[in-house]
Ligand binder design. Structure first.
Ligand code: GLC
Length: 453
């Protein structure tokens, strides 16, 4: 970087140190892949592993699934109710969507309050659409947290992630909790036909129209992936006919065989689930802004950036820098970095020197690049697990704002595939998969209904 403070060695040394701790070399990617495979193996065999490898009780779509469903989507700061029609020929129509913000009081209060809130949203949606409350309807419930399923429409929450802490839910069957809340307000005829992780919904929705899609990935508030596994390889699972495939929800956000920087340790320690979801805390949209914030806080302490008292206050405040701010800053290619100026001056920080603006963007890029390279390493692990020589084409269906909106994210991932696989890298095709949480969940409900009947 060409900056005026660059003359000071302390500055140079510290920037090089940051570049080093946030770099993920090709060799490191190869080690990550090896470790992923060993954790996957352990998870599938029922041994202690940071990858839970959870059976989803469903396989991919055939493209012929049909019917009308209400899909529920809970997994972040919004709850959505979606009416979906599947025409049985690969066509899907979203007939209506309502979005409700989940206040912190519900995320962090009691589970009962959270499920009462959800039940009331469903009631509001039905009334708004003139659907009689006593009408028999099938629900497809996308619940994007680690759930140990016991069948396609039942499962217990293993642990909360992404900032949720609502009490009395861990260890409970999510469908039972929802049914109780619905009964309380007089709704008796809604039946949950499928309980679905968002990754599984994404894979199933994409494979409805794209049969070579065999990995579903979320790169958004959280991160995770799923893929179809041969049932015979799910060793922890006894008593099932060892025929066919079942989609496995990996819960890869919890992968923990990684080099972590002191900043990652800070983020982890301050989170509601220390020690858990270490990969997610280095990759996903919920955490990137926080990582950059704690690095800048440190740079301020070392007197290497923003020499204004008010900057100290801004960067000391949890959550003051969002991943969206990073995304805007990185998208700004102007010399004077108006986006940094806009963000900083909005918080009344004065004396914004060019050097500080450049440094903020530089460090932002280190953090986002590490995220993309770790995501690529994780995707490569799953693809190589299924196809060790990368002989076939694999479409990776990806949903989430990091993938969709972060400048250069996809390119940074693809660089890793090229480093690893040279010309074969073209066999990994990352594509945006839209609305797995609505459409995908509805398709799974339809698959469940057809196998039941
Ligand atoms: C978190 C959840 C996981 C979900 C992911 C993406 O990692 O534990 O179930 O798929 O976020 O939303």
């Amino acid at each position: 970087m060409s900056t005026k403070t660059k003359t000071t060695t302390a500055y140079d040394e510290f920037v090089s140190y940051l570049e080093k701790i946030f770099a993920v070399s090709t060799d490191e990617v190869k080690v990550i892949i090896k470790d992923f495979h060993s954790e996957m193996q352990k998870g599938l065999s029922g041994f202690e592993s940071s990858l839970k490898m959870l059976p989803s009780f469903t396989d991919r779509a055939k493209g012929i699934e049909k019917g009308k469903f209400i899909a529920l989507d809970l997994g972040g700061t919004n709850f959505r109710v979606i009416a979906v029609d599947l025409d049985g020929k690969g066509g899907t129509t979203i007939v209506g969507v309502n979005k409700y913000v989940i206040d912190k009081q519900y995320m962090e209060g009691s589970g009962e309050q959270l499920f009462d809130f959800i039940a009331n949203c469903i009631k509001g949606f039905m009334e708004g659409k003139n659907i009689p409350l006593d009408k028999k309807l099938e629900l497809a419930f996308t619940f994007s947290f680690p759930v140990e399923q016991t069948n396609v429409a039942a499962g217990k929450l293993l642990t909360w992630t992404k900032g949720f802490t609502a009490s009395g839910v861990v260890g409970e069957d999510i469908v039972v909790l929802l049914n109780e809340a619905l009964r309380k307000i007089g709704i008796k005829n809604l039946k949950v036909a499928a309980l679905v992780n968002d990754t599984v919904g994404t894979l199933v929705a994409k494979s409805y129209t794209e049969p070579s899609c065999d990995v579903g990935v979320i790169l958004g508030t959280g991160t995770n992936a799923c893929y179809p596994e041969k049932i015979i390889n799910i060793r922890k699972w006894r008593g099932m006919p060892p025929k066919g495939n079942m989609i496995i929800n990996m819960e890869w956000g919890n992968f923990d065989k990684l080099f972590v920087s002191p900043y990652d340790k800070d983020i982890d320690a301050a989170s509601p689930n220390p020690g858990k979801h270490r990969l997610e805390k280095m990759v996903s949209g919920m955490f990137l802004g926080e990582i950059l914030r704690v690095v800048v806080r440190d740079l301020i302490k070392r007197d290497l950036i923003f020499k204004d008292e008010s900057a100290t206050n801004l960067f000391s405040k949890n959550g003051s820098l969002k991943t969206e701010n990073m995304s805007n800053i990185e998208a700004d290619t102007s010399d004077n970095l108006g986006e940094v100026e806009a963000f900083i001056s909005k918080h009344n920080v004065k004396n914004i020197d060019q050097n500080s603006k450049d440094l903020l963007k530089h460090v932002s890029k280190l953090v986002s690049k590490r995220s993309a390279r770790l995501s690529a390493a994780a995707i490569a692990s799953v693809v190589l697990w299924m196809d060790p020589e990368l002989k076939n084409k694999h479409v990776i269906g990806i949903d989430g704002s990091l993938f969709e909106k972060y400048p250069g994210y996809k390119d940074m991932m693809e660089e890793v595939f090229i480093e690893l696989f040279k010309t074969h890298a073209k066999n990994i095709v990352c594509e945006h998969a839209r609305d797995g949480s609505g459409v995908g969940a509805a398709i799974i409900a339809a698959i469940a209904a057809s196998t039941e009947g």
